[in-house]
Write a protein that binds this ligand. Structure first.
Ligand code: SAH
Length: 201
């Protein structure tokens, strides 16, 4: 599949025009291994080294649509990997902090983001399960690695009032996306579709 066909295939699954524009603006080929650039627009995850994968692009679009990012918002991307998901988010909000456990991937992501001309993403190496307290609170948090049972409490605690979080969570054998919104009363949770992500370590 080429880039135009891929972008067309996102409709009508993705209806938010801002998300469609963000997907069109980010060249995924810059975020995959040089040997895989020919398949950059096949809608599947691809290896990025260290046993990790760049997320499936339609899922990236769907998660961005669910988070409903706004132009003035500060966001956190946990498990930044290649930097692709953070790059799409960066087109929809003011600033993205990306946190990645593997320093080699952090360096790759920073280089790919620079090559894509994106200057509103800051990538740091660290344990994303702890969030990024120094920069919190966040209007939205995206998590790209599956937690066991529950979203790490530190991440929910770093949501601003009205903040949203989306994360894959394992329940028994099943893995689902969970959408969390912080309200005045606490946290509202909604389970979305079944997914497959690499584990949160
Ligand atoms: N969003 C990425 C997908 C990366 S796959 C992309 O678009 O390319 C998930 C990533 O989470 C992997 O790079 C893995 O190294 C990272 N990861 C796993 N556990 C982590 C943790 N506790 N803290 C930060 N990153 C973690």
């Amino acid at each position: 599949m080429n880039r135009d066909a891929f972008l067309r295939s996102l409709r009508p699954r993705i209806s938010d025009e801002r998300v469609l524009a963000a997907m069109a603006a980010v060249p995924r080929e810059l975020f995959v291994d040089p040997g895989l650039q020919g398949v950059a627009y096949v809608d599947c995850p691809l290896p990025i080294g260290g046993g990790q994968t760049i997320s499936q692009p339609a899922l990236v679009a769907g998660m961005c649509q669910a988070l409903d990012l706004q132009p003035d918002e500060l966001t956190l991307d946990v498990g930044t990997g290649s930097g692709y998901h953070a790059a799409v988010m960066s087109r929809l909000c003011a600033h993205v902090y990306g946190i990645e456990l593997d320093p080699a991937l952090t360096a790759h992501a920073a280089a790919a983001l620079a090559a894509a001309g994106i200057d509103n993403v800051t990538v740091v190496t660290g344990n994303g399960a702890l969030g990024l307290p120094a920069e919190a609170p966040f209007d939205a948090i995206n998590v790209a690695a599956a937690a066991r049972e529950e979203v790490p409490p530190a991440l929910e605690a770093q949501l601003a009032p009205g903040g949203r979080l989306i994360a894959p969570v394992k329940h028994g054998g099943d893995e689902h996306l969970v959408f969390v919104r912080r309200t005045d009363e606490g946290y509202e949770r909604r389970y979305l579709e079944a997914v497959r992500f690499v584990p949160l370590r």
